[in-house]
Design a protein around this ligand. Structure first.
Ligand SMILES: NC(=O)c1ccc[n+]([C@@H]2O[C@H](COP(=O)([O-])OP(=O)(O)OC[C@H]3O[C@@H](n4cnc5c(N)ncnc54)[C@H](O)[C@@H]3O)[C@@H](O)[C@H]2O)c1
Ligand SMILES: [Zn+2]
Length: 645
């Protein structure tokens, strides 16, 4: 593809149309930042009245029934800078003044901007946005297992995947969580991993009205606190997001502001981009990761960006490098927005053509192409995969230093390529590999420290990099079964735990068994595994339960969720029929309470909840039984919440 500024306007529009179609069908040809800030921005600059910019970008049709929306489903205007936001506020205040509304009294509501597929759920049909006027009937997704949060006919919302499902498995298969959703809506045959997520209740239709939100004033929108507020909402909602949505609360004001053919004038999306710089690609390098995925790293001429010198930029994946045709000599934009690794954001000037490797840069094995990704399947003897697996263990257990990339490379060149072997090395062995006497001594000291300093058993288990057994799932698994019993735990037993579907459970069970000889030999070295107490469900008031925390809490919500996880419960972001407890703080929204009442979910105040979990010792066979505690725990009366509703 040519850089945006070298395209004629008709070429630019047809490229935008093609990129949009690819994006809506679940296989984007460029990343969002490049689409927004390079190609779309170029058209805005050149031809702001172009029809492409003034209507909703259409979705594919998924082959389903077409339904006319009662009211058009529009897109959102986007603010990328404080100046954009100040302009929005000025516009709102201008209309408010005409209506005689005191501008300082104007309230705005911020909600996380969900990154899935938007739809309207009414008259028992879920209709995806389509072209904004006519949508696609996708009600069938509920038969596939999509959970309707808040019940039926809840209005505008989004089909979304839980972030946890993305992080614990699906990210290994798909390049973006939205691709999972598009695939599920349009596919004749659902991908087995997606099927799994559906079965485990991890795909939701979440109405925007159920989202956590915050009321703010104009001062918050234009001040530095806006990013903190949005960060908190975005990370706290439990779903992938691509910004936050800000809207005017006052109905009279909304009515007066109205809409364009593209967006509502009373609503804006806050999408942050970091500082952007331009540099030249001096080479494209490929790296093989722990799971065999081979990813591109772009070497660029050193540039200063957001307080650091940048020389390497991630090229995301093979598909991206190929579609943007990135080779040596290309001039590229690079952005850094909060995250550590700077990102590529579009090609400014073409250089050499992209060259994808045919073989693994580490072991020379022929690579396999899986969608956008290149994979080295030589898991047994690919040195890069081995090195990354060893590195993963050390960084996950977190109580050992000095075993970084360089040390591991030296160990591998001397044939020390397994964890137990590393733990056998003596001072003399290390010296014979070329480490200095002091270094060798320090390495031995670290090995001893890692054996004696306590490690939580779930951290230790997650260190083995078993697929689907990240830290969260290791913790959930070990809260029901002790580490030493794992080889005899069956797939059915794992599946019976919350958030483990059938396929995932059987993969975990079989991989635990195949990895067990290694895990066992490591345990036998005498690690100080503190483990979380073995909380059998019957002895723990919240083991195995689904809990939603809502409202302003005395304790940080993140802490409460962590603690619930440790006790074997699953924190959820919204109330559904499988929620067991709704824990409420101050200023709880009426929707969550209504949903809890509808589903007969137990409602507990924060204090009562804490009393319930802390007054039970979490060791087995000690203390009062859960049942007696459940009776004692105060259930908050409905009247108390009417105050906040
Ligand atoms: N990579 C690509 O090639 C490519 C192509 C096309 C579009 N895109 C991306 O898609 C974006 C535009 O797509 P769009 O028009 O579908 O969506 P949008 O980004 O304009 O968002 C508008 C939608 O957000 C939804 N939304 C989500 N959370 C909400 C909330 N809390 N409150 C209210 N509404 C909420 C609404 O349904 C609304 O329709 C671009 O910014 C770009 O990043 C990427
Ligand atoms: Zn390899």
């Amino acid at each position: 593809m040519k850089p945006a500024n070298e395209l004629t306007t008709p070429e630019l529009v047809s490229f935008l149309k093609a990129a949009n179609q690819a994006y809506r069908s679940g296989s984007p040809i460029i990343d969002d930042a490049t689409y927004d800030h390079v190609y779309l921005a170029e058209l805005h600059k050149r031809d702001p009245l172009n029809p492409f910019l003034n209507r909703v970008e259409p979705e594919g049709d998924f082959g389903s029934e077409k339904v006319r929306h009662e009211r058009p489903m529009l897109s959102t205007e986007k603010a990328y800078t404080t100046k954009d936001m100040a302009n929005f506020v000025r516009r709102v205040e201008g209309i408010a003044q005409e209506l005689g509304i005191i501008t300082s009294s104007i309230q705005y509501r911020i909600t996380p901007k969900l990154d899935g597929m938007a739809g309207n759920y009414s008259k028992n049909n879920l209709v995806a946005r389509g072209n904004g006027e006519v949508g696609n009937n996708v009600t069938h997704v509920f038969n596939h297992g999509v959970q309707a949060i808040g019940g039926a006919n809840t209005g505008l919302g989004e089909i979304v995947l839980l972030s946890s499902a993305w992080e614990n498995g699906l990210s290994e298969k798909f390049s973006h969580p939205r691709n999972v959703i598009v695939g599920l809506v349009g596919a004749d045959k659902i991908n087995e991993d997606v099927f799994e997520a559906l079965q485990a209740g991890h795909v939701h239709f979440t109405p925007y009205s159920e989202l956590p939100g915050q009321l703010v004033t104009a001062k918050d929108l234009t001040g530095p606190q806006l990013n903190d507020i949005c960060d908190q909402l975005e990370t706290g909602c439990g779903y992938p997001t691509d910004g936050s949505v800000i809207e005017v609360v006052n109905d009279q004001l909304k009515e007066a502001m109205g809409h364009t053919s593209h967006h509502y004038r009373w609503q804006i999306a806050w999408k942050r981009v970091g500082e952007m710089v331009t540099s030249t690609v001096t080479g494209v390098y490929w790296q093989t990761g722990r799971t065999g995925r081979v990813t591109p790293i772009l070497k660029i001429d050193r540039v200063w960006l957001s307080g650091a010198w940048i020389e390497n930029v991630t090229g995301h994946h093979a598909g991206n490098v190929q579609n943007l045709n990135i080779g040596r000599g290309c001039i590229v934009n690079v952005v850094r927005s909060g995250e550590v690794i700077p990102k590529l954001c579009g090609v400014v000037k073409k250089g050499e053509s992209a060259l994808l490797p045919r073989t693994c840069p580490s072991c020379d094995n022929e690579l396999i192409r899986e969608r956008e990704f290149l994979i080295c399947a030589n898991t047994e003897s690919c040195q890069a995969q081995i090195a990354n697996r060893l590195g993963h263990f050390f960084s996950t257990i977190g109580n050992i230093d000095l075993f970084g990339e360089k040390t591991i490379d030296t160990l591998l060149t001397h044939g020390v390529d397994e964890l137990p072997k590393i733990y056998e090395q003596t001072d003399k062995d290390f010296q014979s590999m070329g480490f200095g006497p002091k270094q060798a001594q320090n390495l031995v000291r670290e090995i001893n420290r890692s054996l004696t300093d306590p490690i939580e058993d779930w951290r230790f288990l997650a260190g083995f990099g078993i697929r689907h057994l990240g830290k969260g799932d290791s913790r959930r698994l070990l809260s029901s079964y002790p580490l030493l019993e794992l080889p005899s735990v069956t797939a059915e037993q794992i599946q019976a735990l919350p958030s483990f579907g059938q396929l995932k459970a059987s993969r975990i069970a079989s991989e635990i068994r195949s990895t067990w000889p290694l895990i066992e030999s490591m345990i036998n070295l005498g690690f100080n595994l503190t483990g979380i107490p073995n909380v059998a469900k019957s002895d723990n008031p919240i083991g195995g339960l689904n809990i939603v925390f809502t409202g302003k809490m005395e304790n940080p919500r993140k802490k409460l969720e962590e603690q619930a996880l440790m006790l074997g419960a699953t924190p959820q972001s919204s109330v559904s029929k499988n929620t067991d407890i709704l824990v409420v703080g101050q200023n709880v929204g009426s929707k969550k309470l209504e949903a809890a009442r509808k589903h007969n979910t137990r409602i507990l105040e924060e204090a009562a909840y804490l009393e319930m979990i802390t007054s039970t010792p979490h060791e087995k066979h000690e203390g009062p039984s859960t049942n007696s505690l459940k009776k004692e725990a105060k259930t908050a009366s409905e009247d108390q919440f009417k105050l906040f509703a």
